[in-house]
Design a protein. Sequence first.
Length: 217
Amino acid sequence: MSEDTSGAPAGASQVADLDLKPALEAVLMVVDEPATEEHLAKILERPRRQVADALAELADEYTVQGRGFELRRVAGGWRFYTRPEYAAAVEGFVLDGQQARLTQAALETLAVVAYRQPVSRSRVSAVRGVNCDGVMRTLLQRGLIEEAGTEPETGAILYSTTNYFLERMGLRGLDELPELAPFLPEAEAIEAETQEGLPSFDPDAPDSEDADDKTEL
């Protein structure tokens, strides 16, 4: 029996003959992060435009059919998500009584990074008025933020949000973050403080996140 010496995976020659939409569904069922149209086109041996059109059609079909899941384009790629109206059912199954959400301290810190990135730990702590080292470590461990260079003036490490953050938030990009002003009437006052210098805070003040790390996602 002759061997295939082309280096192609077994069955690769048959991929292009598969029905495109079912093939896309099969691949998207096993991805652990949003898959780009370019990557899917390469894997399924189809033109990118054909793949993009099929993905959009699938997303519309799931919505029309009222399925419990939806196909979303987030963070530059496509992935299946639970439809929001069924989130309570999924949460009950997955959590099963366990606390798995970020603490309030982590959410507040993540919001500061998201809206002011790239930003240093000291500036995040200044905005929150409490030492945020513990929270920042947690967000780094969760893959929600990452190092993004250093501040030229001080050499402090700067942080920004990650693609995983966009994925978890269901955003295509940072430009889809909601406007901050309507939610924080004091935003102008905070900005004025930032321009004048960092607000004072106690660097030794305990961060509530250190006590809550074990209950976070």
